[in-house]
Design a protein around this ligand. Sequence first.
Ligand code: SF4
Length: 384
Amino acid sequence: MAEPTVRNPTRGVRVGSVTIGGGHPIVVQSMCATKTADVAATVAQANALAEAGAGVVRIAVDTFRDVTALAAIRQQTRANLSVDLQEDYRLAADVAPWVDKVRYNPGHLHHRERNRPWQDKVRFLADVAVRHDCALRVGVNCGSVDPAIRKKFPAEDSIGPMLASALEHCDLLEGLGFLRYCVSLKDSDPAKVVEANVRFAGQRPEVPLHLGVTEAGMPPEGIRKTRIALEPLLARGVGDTIRVSLTVPNARKHEEVQAGRQILADVAAGRLLGDVETGRNGLNIISCPSCSRVENEAFVELAHRVRDLTAYAAHFPITIAVMGCRVNGPGETDEADLGLWCGPKHVNLKRGSATLGAFGYEEVLARLKAELDALIAAKGWKVP
Ligand code: SF4
């Protein structure tokens, strides 16, 4: 029988009816991928996720139309709701009355009121959270780190900036006397997720951590990547809440929660993947889980078609990123060998950080294959 894991001594952060950290059971989270303004669809998905075991359900809010919908959604579900703010931090004041937690990304605060110091914006968010009995999540993401911090580190160091950003926000929030927050440090590379979270927990063991691999992709590979990151962290007592991000159609979104619960059960029982390769020796497809912001509902199908189309290159160490919208698409495809990010009618194709053009949803697949063939040929590799 496995030894019970001694969890990090984090403080408890209440989110509606659950508490993250403080020795409470690890909370599984998920996120709605419906259009937030579609109240009926979003309520149905929030309820389905909660019934599958999601302790917190996140919803993306970008417009006042979404805010209005959120008020109606709140009346129709008992799920603990978290809202995901991206570019407009000021929406927090309008959404906080309807949710239990607000997630902000430090790397997106500069998008609005560029001359206002980020510290003022965080003070505003903490005030809003206190007024409306909400928790906060400081959600740092590898592809969208605050540019002011990014430039202080060498280009090859992707973990240092994430860590510095998280730590400076912890310092500020605590200086303001605001302790009801958790932190996430996400990357699409499981090894980086492990390193970033171990380093953070070493410095701030009292802060509850939300664990996840961003753009883990389609199952089963997306679940495997997530396990590679989460197992060693959970086994050493790091992590108070988790999300498994999967690129699946809306009707299968509950699989994120099932996968999360299975990982927790397996870690508790000592059933670990063990010493596995991280996938970096072969073709690595990263794709976002989609959300309300997805530009075209064909995105999930596109991601699956990219996987099928590129199967012949499975043995080559190439990364292809497929992203659903412009919020994270341009940044998160920069590091990939080939990247696709969706617009309403076109898909933007990239080679590294260079844009190759925008193509129709059908047309882009042939262009992608041509680029992949050229990349393989340039390396002198032979397709078996
Ligand atoms: S890339 Fe866009 S559509 Fe995909 S999860 Fe992120 S915000 Fe949502």
